[in-house]
Design a protein around this ligand. Structure first.
Ligand code: FAD
Length: 310
């Protein structure tokens, strides 16, 4: 059995693995796809001390750093079930979809999250070529250009306010009759001169020239007329879905499906910690996920030295 078993190999899991291994305890990391979301990222310009890199390079660097330590890496392993220890100080079991099981005295969950797609023509084709999901990450790439934000909930309205300070013009599209964000945010958005808000707007297509995005088409659900705007960027803001389907019913989750953790990364189950985008930690960013992974590993180590083995 492991002392620490990490499930998820993104920035949070990689940082947890490095911190755990440096304590000289038996560490394993199992991931469906090592690197996580950064594999799908083009430019990364906000990991402080690294002026500029790209996703695949960053993912390779994460893996190289973990491999420099005595860590067992199990790639292409999708966890399907977590079984808490049957007694204090006992072993936690992780079952995988391929039928295998691993046991560990402590577990760190870092299975991350995924952005919800709008699933319209053009979205996949122009991803990273005008279609973006993270305003903190990609907002500055659209400086002085025209963008749209799809989604009028808190994240969409926050994104539109944020982007309005950087880009030339923001078009916000909301499917429902009114924006669903907090009133204070809606008021702020409505006060901005370079924002146009369309409600009852169903996005139907993200258009492009074959290389780059060049516009967005939507259906005005009030009169069934199709509308189009020429622009350079579209931010899809219709939700970030944590990868927690497999622990539902076992661990306490927030109403958004995130694993509820305390300030030390402790979950509702003894010996089980969590870090990064999969948790309730605010702001989903690489630098935050790595710090969170380090914290969870230190908490797991603290748990191990205080908890006698069953
Ligand atoms: P993830 O990176 O999501 O990693 C999750 C890991 O868990 C993966 O290895 C995955 O395969 C694995 N996994 C999932 N389910 C299971 C399972 N059941 N069993 C086993 N393994 C599983 N942030 C920035 O700071 N700067 C940027 O420029 C930036 N750009 C971005 C651009 C895009 C297109 C996207 C999608 C995100 C971007 N982000 C950026 C956000 C950043 O990528 C995330 O905040 C960060 O990757 C979160 O790290 P994580 O380790 O918590 O989760």
């Amino acid at each position: 059995a492991y002392d620490v078993l990490i499930v998820g190999g993104g920035p949070a899991g990689a940082a947890a693995a490095v911190y755990a291994a440096r304590k000289g305890i038996r560490t394993g990391i199992a991931a469906e796809r090592f690197g996580g979301q950064v594999n799908d990222t083009l430019a990364i310009e906000n990991f402080v001390s690294v002026m500029e890199t790209d996703g695949p390079k960053f993912a390779a660097a994460l893996e190289a750093h973990v491999k420099a330590y005595d860590v067992e890496i199990m790639n292409r392993q999708r966890a399907a079930r977590l079984i808490p220890a049957s007694e204090p100080g006992g072993l936690v079991t992780i079952e995988f979809e391929n039928g295998g099981t691993l046991k560990s005295r402590s577990v760190i969950l870092s299975t991350g999250a995924r952005w919800r797609n709008v699933n319209v023509p053009g979205e996949a084709e122009y991803k990273n070529k005008g279609v973006a999901y993270c305003p903190h990450c990609d907002g500055p790439l659209f400086k002085g250009k025209r963008v749209a934000v799809i989604g009028g909930g808190n994240s969409g309205v926050e994104a539109a306010i944020d982007l309005a300070g950087i880009v030339q013009h923001v078009t916000l599209l909301e499917f429902g009759e009114q924006l669903r964000a907090d009133a204070v945010l809606v008021k702020k958005l409505q006060s901005l001169p370079n924002v146009t808000i369309h409600t009852m707007a169903q996005t139907t297509e993200l258009t492009g020239d074959g290389n780059k995005l060049n516009g967005i088409t939507w259906l005005d659900r009030r009169n069934n007329e199709s509308q189009h705007a020429n622009l350079e960027g579209v931010f899809v803001q219709i939700g970030l879905v944590p990868n927690t389907e497999w622990v539902k019913g076992t661990l306490e989750l927030s109403k958004h499906g995130e694993i509820v953790v305390d300030a030390k990364g402790q979950t509702s189950v003894a010996g089980v910690f969590a870090a990064g985008d999969v948790t309730t930690v605010p702001y989903k960013q690489i630098i935050i996920a790595t710090g969170d992974g380090a914290k969870a590993a230190l908490s797991a180590f603290d748990y191990l030295i205080r908890t006698p083995s069953a």
